[in-house]
Ligand binder design. Structure first.
Ligand SMILES: [Mg+2]
Length: 170
């Protein structure tokens, strides 16, 4: 059995009102399949999708900020019920600040799940910085908590469960 989250992580998780997510390497395994007409295909993990739906149903907000454009991902996220989506956003911090203002949230009420250098500005701000097992070393070094799972293999679900459990919602 994996170690339980530390008391410090649970204390941070108890304050979270919104979980921000990266897409590539977090909601996906980071691979892009490039088709003959340059169209991109990615895989999603159904258990992560269920976690997003569960979070929203239980009153935990979910927001997504990604550096790449993807209309198919936008449609899937909207289908899951996510209302705060910023794609094709290389500099994530302005989008994060705008969404926090829209939701009336402070940094300590936000978690971010990211895997690479573009996520580090958010890791420095949020109350709970989460990363995936196969993240870039700089993300692993800065995160408060690391999932036992890799991107696209249940890390998002584990992060959402961590927050919901710390709040006694599940
Ligand atoms: Mg990424």
């Amino acid at each position: 059995m994996a170690a339980l989250p530390s008391a410090e992580v649970q204390r941070r998780a108890a304050k979270i009102r919104c979980v921000f997510l990266d897409i590539d390497g977090v909601l996906t395994d980071g691979k892009l399949y490039i088709g003959p007409n340059s169209e991109e295909t990615k895989t999603n993990y159904v258990r992560d999708g269920y976690g997003i739906k569960l979070a929203l149903k239980l009153g935990l907000q979910v927001a997504v900020i990604s550096g790449r454009p993807s209309e198919s991902m936008r449609r899937r996220l909207e289908w899951l019920g996510v209302k705060h989506i910023a794609l094709d956003t290389e500099d994530k911090e302005p989008a994060y600040l705008r969404m926090c203002a829209e939701m009336g949230l402070s940094d300590e009420q936000c978690a971010h799940v990211g895997d690479d250098v573009p996520d580090l500005p958010l890791f420095r701000r949020v109350g709970l910085a989460c990363t995936v097992a196969d993240a870039h070393p700089k993300a692993l070094a800065l995160a408060h908590w690391t999932s036992r799972y890799s991107g696209g293999h249940g890390a998002v679900r584990e992060a959402i469960d961590l927050v919901l459990e710390a709040q006694g919602r599940i």
